[in-house]
Design a protein around this ligand. Structure first.
Ligand code: NAD
Length: 718
């Protein structure tokens, strides 16, 4: 046997089995580890001298992080037979644990995820440490799978119908919540874990209670027909509306629970396997697993290729501008315990900024995501001033003043006399060149873009834009800082629109051109939402503000004149003061009796003046192509120009920045799935529209050679 497990005996009669993968930060359940566990269980099953088994992790604060990541990746491409074998193996192993001839208790300290949770569920009981690090979770539905090593069967038998939310929601449970639900027996201090486990074994032996529990765990859940119908119909309705038919995993997990819970456990496990086989290997599961890996890569990406570059220390941060973005950025830092100074031109604006920062925490308190103390903690880290002097000791200063190059440059010049040696100056600009503005910064090598998205507290993405002179140290420091405030940074080279707005713009623009051609705005928005976008492009224009769209559009049209045009319609709407939601009218009317935007008769004459066609003959699929193909082409140009380092950067940027549908895995994954050859054929249909629909070099090559943006891993499951 290898050395993943160690067996000790406590008091000569209780076995303590410890999992501690050598030289690994976390324990994961690879096939090799599971095979080793199976041998240990086989040996323990023969022992007649033991009174009980305790199982724990040898890594403090880390129980089991779930399946091995590399093996998980191959799962998406494994054959049905291979997946079936993997499920059988897990079922057999965990059932073996559930049949050991003595009571068993899993001791959970730290993250307990996926297959690790299912393993713990095979024990007679579980005790966990009452620490914030301890989280018990079945996250499989988040990556398009379901817990198929008994999770969908053992959890309902343990906690009844509450299991539906835990399994189909895929969210973690704290130790306290797990104890309330009955997932664990108790939550105890870490240093009491083994002793409490021992006591529980003693109790089980004295009372014989473990035998009764085991018997119950093997039985059907025993829901009455009424309970059964009501519970599953309600859950199904809820999940249908939440997943809009685009995410099959939560509904499949529900189906597994439904088909198995009123049967004896053994048959329930068969039902689980049956449903899992329908789900695993689906393209959606492959896309969601892909996203999981892309996120994981970004979490570990230092942002630079050089391995000798380390991020600098950041103890204090400054933010210039306390408007919508500045206040959000300051709050994000202060909430993460970083002393933050916020500067604006007068006290009234600073007061508004503080109020907005408070709102961020108050809204989190309301939904139970923050405690009242967090507000005081955040405010303690936040200081304000109308002068620049407060920025003199800052390691990083983020500029978030009005989008005006002259004003920004003037501010940088003023800061030159104030900032200490070594301070990094970052700009939150959405449209202005970082390379150009760097010339006015105190030190161009320590000047960088740090592009947050609105609303800052909810949007996870930060584009880190490196100008021509930006140093690796600066990039690495800002990437590390963004991670510290729980954002996902993506490093982007300087170009108009950076990554996200550059790729979004052709899609937003095309929506307006379609409108001018005579396609109804509802049909345009519907095509986008049916594709999976959270809102359609016309609705999005109204949300971001038509003045903002117009301004950004002008910058992008100037930068990419061969393919970007500025629809005159937008200019006229701005001129007419129709700026979208914020002024009550844009493409649609806002703020009427219904909270929903409505068709606005006053818009028709403005559109009429710009009509290029009367009635469009495009069908829904063609409208979808008109919207997304220019987005795809721009994404391939971004890659060709080396604006980002990997296809995954583009896809994650779009998923996190504009809500590109995760089930599609990103625009480049979508291209892989559709096939570049077919995309090139479909572009042909719009060839008369010019460069906007001309296949790029990369796309043409992919179409000719069958190459893909993402390699297809070979299945290695035994
Ligand atoms: P805003 O108008 O809400 O806030 C700007 C703030 O800067 C105001 O409080 C203003 O008083 C202050 N200010 C102006 N000149 C100043 C100076 N010289 N010194 C100190 N403070 C000054 O604007 P916003 O929406 O927060 O945008 C700020 C920046 O963030 C812009 O560069 C914008 O392009 C960028 N951005 C905005 C969004 C968005 O959705 N609003 C998204 C990403 C990036």
């Amino acid at each position: 046997m290898s050395d993943a497990f160690q067996l000790e005996e406590l008091d000569g009669s209780i076995a303590l089995l410890t999992l501690n993968l050598p030289e690994k930060k976390v324990n994961t359940l690879s096939q090799a580890v599971l095979a080793e566990l199976a041998k240990w269980i086989g040996q323990l099953a023969k022992r007649t001298d033991l009174r009980g088994l305790l199982f724990r992790s040898g890594k403090p604060g880390q129980f089991i992080a779930g399946a091995d990541l590399k093996e998980l990746a191959t799962l998406a491409y494994a054959s049905q037979e291979q997946v079936g074998q993997a499920i059988d193996f897990g079922h057999k192993l965990y059932s073996g644990i559930a049949r050991l001839p003595f009571p068993t208790v899993a001791l959970i300290d730290g993250n307990c995820m996926g297959g690790g949770t299912e393993l713990a569920l095979a024990f007679d009981e579980r005790i966990a440490t009452a620490t914030p690090e301890t989280k018990i979770q079945l996250p499989e539905v988040n990556i398009g799978l379901l817990p198929a090593w008994g999770g969908t069967q053992r959890l309902p038998r343990l906690i009844g119908l509450n299991a539906i939310e835990v399994i189909c929601g895929g969210q973690p449970l704290s130790a306290k919540k797990a104890a309330e639900l009955g997932v664990i027996f108790d939550a105890v201090p870490a240093d009491r874990l083994v002793d409490e486990g021992r006591r529980l074994i003693d109790y089980f032996q004295e009372s014989g209670e473990w035998k009764r529990r085991r018997e119950q765990a093997r039985q059907p859940l025993g829901l009455s027909p009424d309970q059964f119908t009501f519970a599953f119909a309600t859950a199904e309705g809820l999940l249908q509306s939440k997943t809009k038919g685009q995410y099959p995993a939560p509904l499949a997990a529900l189906k597994a629970i439904k088909e198995g819970c009123n049967l004896p456990l053994e048959q329930g496990l068969e039902a689980e396997k049956r449903v899992a086989l329908e789900l695993f290997g689906s393209p959606i599961a492959a896309n969601l697993i892909g996203i999981f890996f892309m996120k994981n890569r970004l979490a570990h990406d230092p942002g630079v290729d050089r391995t000798d570059v380390k991020p600098g220390q950041v103890d204090r941060v400054g933010v210039v501008g306390s408007g919508l973005m500045g206040a959000g950025i300051a709050a994000a830092h202060a909430r993460s315990g970083i002393p933050t100074a916020m500067v604006d031109v007068d006290d009234a604006r600073l007061a508004a900024g503080i109020k907005q920062a408070e709102e961020v925490v108050l809204s989190r308190i309301k939904i139970g995501r923050a405690a009242p103390m967090d507000l005081a903690d955040m405010l303690a880290e936040l200081s304000t001033s109308t002068g620049h002097g407060i920025l003199a000791d800052r390691d990083v200063v983020i500029e978030a003043i009005t989008e005006n190059e002259e004003a920004k440059v003037a501010t940088y010049k003023q800061l030159a006399g104030v900032l200490k040696e070594g301070t990094i100056l970052a700009s939150n600009t959405s449209t202005i060149s970082i390379t150009r503005m760097a010339a006015a910064a105190p030190d161009p090598s320590r000047f960088v873009g740090m592009h947050f998205f609105s609303p800052v507290d909810r949007m996870e993405l930060v584009e880190v834009i490196r100008g021509e002179a930006t140093s690796d140290e600066t990039v690495a420091t800002i990437v590390a800082l963004a991670k510290r405030i729980r954002k996902t940074p993506i490093v982007v080279r300087d170009c108009a629109g950076f990554l996200v707005n550059r790729v979004l713009f052709p899609y937003m623009n095309e929506a307006l051109l379609l409108l001018q051609e005579g396609v109804p705005m509802d049909a345009i928005d519907k095509a986008a939402t049916t594709f999976g976008m959270p809102v359609g492009p016309i609705a999005l224009h109204d949300m971001v503000g038509l003045d903002t769209s117009f301004f950004a559009g002008k910058v992008l049209a100037a930068a990419y004149p061969d393919r970007a045009t500025m629809p005159a319609l937008l200019k006229d709407l701005v001129k007419a003061g129709r700026l979208g939601k914020k002024t009550g009218a844009g493409f649609r009317a806002h703020g009427g009796k219904s909270s929903k935007p409505a068709a606005d008769p006053a818009f028709a004459p403005i559109l009429e003046a710009h009509r290029t066609g009367s009635e469009s003959t495009l069908n829904a699929a063609e409208i979808t192509d008109r919207l997304f193909l220019p987005m795809l082409l721009e994404a391939t140009r971004v890659l060709e120009e080396g604006i980002v380092r990997e296809p995954a950067d583009v896809d994650m940027g779009l998923i996190l920045g504009i809500g590109f549908p995760p089930f599609r895995g990103g625009i480049l994954r979508w291209c892989d799935a559709e096939g570049a050859g077919k995309i090139v054929d479909r572009l042909e249909r719009f060839a008369t529209l010019g460069k906007r629909y001309e296949p790029t070099e990369t796309l043409t090559r992919h179409a000719q050679t069958g190459a893909t943006f993402y390699p297809v891993p070979k299945a290695t499951l035994a």
